[in-house]
Write a protein that binds this ligand. Structure first.
Ligand code: BDR
Ligand code: CA
Length: 312
């Protein structure tokens, strides 16, 4: 039975690839809906980009909802410097024809969790955790109904990418992240420690291009665009595909390994705001609340991605 999931996202080129991987994998993943949140770019654009990506994959049947347009109690920080003005710079893709689904993303998350058997719906956040935290606060009964939350966010060994101490998704809405990490839901975290190893080398990007399909070219062009930033910053061979680690985990969890540990979110300090304080070395007796991944079989991940994208 495919796993029922909701992808909560702020596309973003890497979010787009994560969604494409899910849509290409119907045996393992039943995508119930996509919920957009403000993050890499403002909500209007993330809600548009999510539909562009569904249409690129030929899946106008997946409902796309717009959610929260700003963090719980801070102004929005965006990342056009990484993802470009549209959030999806790189390929030229047509404006979406499919409309947004009626209603608010937060209500869709709540209603979906209530409508399905407890423990059968997984949440996959790929952006700031505002929609998820708002849903948990508005309807605390849904927390126990969540099968698992598999999210991209945070870092321990790699520390930060938007500040020296914090990863972007957690930094943008640390209060929301705090609510989610304290919720008691089962959480699997794909931090920068993992995603910085999921690098699109020129060879791997050529493999996407060689699919010679609409999707293959679009993914290669997205990567061409956003790799310039990481290459300059880290001197790396290519761009890290952060968010597809989440959907790859649902298909092939054995590609990843990590530790079940305590993770707390810094919400007070100006200097380290949004830091994921991960007790990797288990030096406290704080209870474990997350499976914090530490490594990925990068070649296995790219083989899976290429094989699946070829199906679209
Ligand atoms: C995360 O931030 C966004 O820019 C990416 O889409 C990813 O979700 C990486 O820090
Ligand atoms: Ca993202």
């Amino acid at each position: 039975m495919p796993r029922k999931i909701i992808i909560d996202t702020d596309p973003g080129q890497d979010d787009a690839v994560a969604i494409l991987l899910a849509l290409a994998s119907p045996d393992e993943i039943d995508l119930l809906g996509v919920t957009a949140v403000a993050g890499n770019v403002p909500l209007e654009l993330t809600a548009k980009n999510a539909r562009i990506v569904c249409e690129l994959a030929g899946h106008t049947d997946v409902p796309v909802y717009a959610g929260c347009d700003r963090p719980l109690n801070r102004p929005l920080v965006t990342a056009e410097h990484v993802h470009g003005k549209t959030g999806l710079d790189g390929p030229v893709l047509p404006d979406p024809q499919m409309p947004l689904a009626q209603g608010h993303a937060v209500d869709f998350i709540i209603d979906t969790l209530r409508a399905h058997e407890p423990g059968t719906v997984t949440l996959c956040p790929l952006g700031p955790l505002t929609n998820i935290a708002t849903a948990f606060t508005k309807a605390p009964d849904i927390v126990d109904r969540v099968q698992e939350i598999v999210l991209m966010g945070g870092a321990y060994f790699e520390v930060g990418n938007i500040t020296p101490a914090a990863e972007f998704n957690i930094y943008v809405d640390p209060e929301a992240a705090d609510i989610v990490f304290k919720s008691g839901a089962h959480i699997v975290v794909m931090p920068l420690d993992v995603t910085h190893d999921a690098l699109v080398t020129p060879h791997r990007n050529d493999a996407f291009r060689a699919l010679d399909s609409k999707v293959g070219h679009a993914v290669a062009e997205m990567t061409d665009f956003f790799e310039r930033f990481d290459k300059e910053k880290y001197g790396s061979e290519g761009a890290p595909l952060h968010d597809p680690c989440v959907t790859a985990y649902l298909i092939r969890p054995e590609l990843f390994s990590g530790r079940h540990i305590n993770v707390e979110i810094e919400t007070q300090s100006e200097l380290t705001l949004g830091m994921t304080v991960a007790d990797w070395w288990r030096v406290t007796d704080r209870p474990a609340n997350a499976m914090f991944m530490g490594s990925v079989d990068a070649q296995g991940f790219f083989d899976l991605l290429t094989e699946r994208l070829a199906r679209l």
